[in-house]
Design a protein around this ligand. Structure first.
Ligand code: PLP
Length: 343
């Protein structure tokens, strides 16, 4: 990527600012595997309270968060219901199958969230031939479906149907706070019907590392065991937790700016030749385009003009706003992309 480019490849590309670095430098630490890191504890207790759950555990990545949550709530041979475009299905190196030993039953619900009937139909009958349906995985916001925020009533419908069938429910909330801001709804409300939830601190919130899994005391004890088993037990991790605490204190409300900047780009590209804009019901910080030209060609031409995007598929291109993208950047990116797509 050329130096000075506007980097819309992902909201993981943020770097800690001076305030976050100061918080990292000042962090009180201890050995967290021994339960003695006060800053990690403060983060875990803070996220549990914020999401109205009994407990939470700090893990190195969103991928480990989802894997530990899946493994903690299933046994090998069980079936997990998820969206066909879910991160857990497509971007986690097959970990749920390879490590947790579960198979995924993939659905194609509207904006990545099945309705109650789809969930009911996907649950297997109890028969010795069948795998046991054990867990429903939701994703909010839904990354590959265009960063759409999933409204509370749709979460409630899917989760309610799963619970009625005796399944548990996990929410991959890597960008849960984007959803909460876009929906003007408390994050806790969005996961009130989910048994476990994972949130990323290292996406739009701007921390360098870290995710948190929240749920009740019993399930979080099991997730903590899985974290250790997966090699995610960290020692003086308070330096990382301090960045997460800083992110939660300073970078949640400002996600609205990222959403506004994404809207600036999307509005400019609506109806431009050469691509179709994915238009989620409730958009957040993502701009997804189905391109007429191959995605890698579009991405190369945009990069040559100083705007870095990500290839998400043969004809799928994604741009993401984040705290390193200003409103001036967004307007410039909109201009450049309009030119590139118009050919
Ligand atoms: C990024 C992401 C993850 C995984 O997070 P990592 O920290 O990159 O492992 C999980 N789910 C979704 C929806 C994501 O966007």
């Amino acid at each position: 990527m050329p130096a000075g480019a506007i980097d819309l490849r992902s909201d993981t590309l943020t770097v800690p600012d001076a305030g976050m670095r100061a918080a990292i430098a000042a962090a009180e630490v201890g050995d967290d595997v021994w339960g003695e890191d006060p800053t990690v504890r403060r983060l875990e207790e803070g996220v549990a309270a914020l999401l109205d759950k009994q407990a939470a555990v700090f893990v190195p990545s969103g991928t480990m968060a989802n894997l530990a949550a899946v493994a903690a709530q299933t046994r090998p041979g069980d079936e997990v219901i998820a969206d066909a475009q879910a991160h857990v299905a497509l971007h986690e190196a097959g970990g749920s199958a390879a490590v947790a030993g579960v198979q995924l039953r993939l659905l194609d619900g509207f904006e990545g969230t099945p309705d109650a009937a789809m969930v009911r139909d996907a649950v297997r009958d109890q028969d010795i031939h069948n795998p046991t349906s054990k867990l429903l995985c939701l994703e909010n916001t839904h990354n590959r479906r265009g960063g759409c925020a999933i409204a509370l009533q749709r979460i409630t419908a899917a989760a309610g149907a799963a619970h009625a069938e005796g399944l548990r429910v996990h929410c991959d909330g890597a960008r849960l706070f984007n959803a909460a801001v876009a929906l003007d709804c408390a994050a806790a409300a969005l996961v009130g019907h989910c048994d476990t939830v994972s949130v990323c601190l290292s996406k739009g919130l701007g921390a360098p590392v870290g995710s948190v899994v929240a749920g009740d005391d019993a399930v979080i004890a099991e997730v903590r065991r899985w974290r250790k088993r997966l090699g995610g037990g960290m020692r003086q991790a308070g330096v990382l937790a301090a960045a997460g605490l800083y992110a939660l204190d300073n970078n949640v409300a400002r996600l609205a700016d990222d959403h506004a900047n994404a809207r600036v780009i999307a509005s400019a590209l609506r109806g431009v030749g050469g691509a179709t804009l994915l238009e989620p019901t409730i958009p957040t910080n993502s701009v997804m385009l189905r391109t007429a030209a191959p995605a890698d060609v579009v991405v190369r031409e945009a990069a040559a003009r100083g705007v870095a995007l990500a290839v998400m598929g043969p004809d799928l291109v994604r741009g993401m706003t984040h705290l390193g993208v200003t409103d001036t950047d967004a307007r410039r990116a909109a201009e450049v992309l309009s030119e590139v797509l118009a050919g």
